[in-house]
Design a protein around this ligand. Structure first.
Ligand code: FES
Length: 78
């Protein structure tokens, strides 16, 4: 997927913003306060938005479905 991940998982950009399919979103651990704060700055935020750099993948996540929002904002200003 064409995701940038500009800050390499430091929760300082939001270029890794994805919208998780509802059936998968409920299976994810809750977002941290820091992740929620960064999502507040992202474009096209939806109820199932997450920063993909904060999603830890394991075998149970096989088949996780996400989509990239139509718009994006890089909070680092790039
Ligand atoms: S890569 Fe920057 S917040 Fe995820």
């Amino acid at each position: 997927m064409p995701l940038e991940g500009t800050c390499e998982g430091q929760m300082a950009c939001s270029t890794c913003h994805v919208i998780v399919a509802r059936e998968w979103f409920v299976k994810l651990p809750e977002a941290s306060e820091e992740e929620e704060d960064m999502l507040d700055l992202a474009a096209d935020v939806q109820p199932t938005s997450r920063l993909s750099c904060q999603i830890v993948l394991d075998k149970e996540m096989d088949g996780l479905t996400v989509r990239i929002p139509d718009a994006s904002v890089n909070a680092q200003g790039f």
